[in-house]
Design a binder for this molecule. Structure first.
Ligand code: HXC
Length: 261
């Protein structure tokens, strides 16, 4: 977002982004790199993570791709170790990896529910917990990617709603526990974001699904990935340094609307 932010906003900073091989998290990694940060992208699919890192390098940025599943603490620790070895410090951790499928509670198994809790909630804990020893103190940031589902009960999303509500409380609690060290813990809660895997799943019928979803949003449109990444960039920048222990909605007003408009 060259028209909004000064160049080199994050120069000399190092960021670690989970789920950075696609979607919002990839765009966050790219904006961080455009702002001068060195970026480590971790994903379950090493090829996707490496492809995203390679795009950043081709654009003149610094990036590496690492494999790891956020459900596995050892794998996250190993990726953070590699990041520290490569770049020598850690300033920003984005807990972005998420899982989702569309099913009513009666249509999912206990393991299906647990899978999303493990990726979204346990994965955020593992990422923050494993990063703690490396994060700059003061100055470190743990940024969780929550969702409006953390406060808006959503049919077919019981697993995501429960997981993201947990993510919000985890972030607030870590902010209190870690505040004295100078590490900040913040969440952002996007509504619908265009061209993402999550929205493809929630809007399987294309335009008809989109019209129904956007009809509940005061701004009557989805966010762009750039808009979500720009909020992440602001929070990581000097301008965001007093924002801590909170979850910031970025949803075109979706969570301001009650059941009736
Ligand atoms: C019912 C389902 C299901 C479905 C999977 N399961 N898909 N149940 N309906 N459509 C069940 C399986 O049957 C299994 O339970 C359990 O979930 C685990 O499935 P696996 O395929 O073995 O798991 P895994 O390979 O780890 O894949 C995890 C996943 C998958 C979440 C199911 O979709 C995934 O990897 N997603 C990552 C990408 C993604 O989802 N991105 C979107 C994030 S968007 P049983 O009992 O059979 O063993 C997002 C934003 C949220 O999070 C806000 C919404 C916009």
């Amino acid at each position: 977002m060259k028209e909004v932010f000064q160049p080199n906003l994050l120069s000399s900073k190092v960021a670690f982004v989970t789920g950075g091989g696609s979607g919002i998290n990839q765009r966050i990694a790219e904006q961080f790199a455009e702002a001068g940060a060195a970026v480590a992208i971790m994903g379950r699919d090493r090829n996707k993570a490496e492809a995203a890192a390679s795009l950043i390098r081709e654009a003149g940025g610094q990036a590496i791709g690492l494999s790891g599943d956020v459900r596995n603490h050892d794998q996250v620790s190993a990726a953070l170790y590699e990041t520290n070895k490569e770049f020598g410090r850690l300033d920003i951790v984005v807990a972005g990896a998420a899982g989702n499928f569309v099913a009513r509670a009666t249509g999912m198994s206990a393991n299906g529910f647990k899978t999303v809790i493990d990726i979204d909630l346990l994965g955020t804990f593992n990422t923050a917990h494993a990063a703690y020893e490396y994060l700059a103190k003061p100055g470190g940031l743990v940024l969780a990617i929550s969702a409006v589902q953390s406060t808006l009960p959503t049919v077919t999303q019981s697993h995501v709603c429960a997981a993201k509500a947990g993510v919000d409380m985890l972030i607030k609690t870590l902010a209190i526990e870690w505040g004295q060290t100078g590490i900040r813990c913040v969440g952002i809660a996007p509504g619908p974001v265009g061209d993402t895997e999550g929205m493809k799943r929630l809007a399987p019928d294309g335009k008809a699904s989109w019209d129904r979803i956007l009809g509940h949003i005061p701004s009557r449109r989805a966010a762009s990935q750039d808009e979500i990444a720009s909020l992440a960039l602001f929070l990581a920048s000097q301008g965001g340094q007093y924002i801590n222990g909170t979850i910031i909605p970025i949803d075109g007003g979706q969570t301001a609307v009650g059941s009736y408009e």
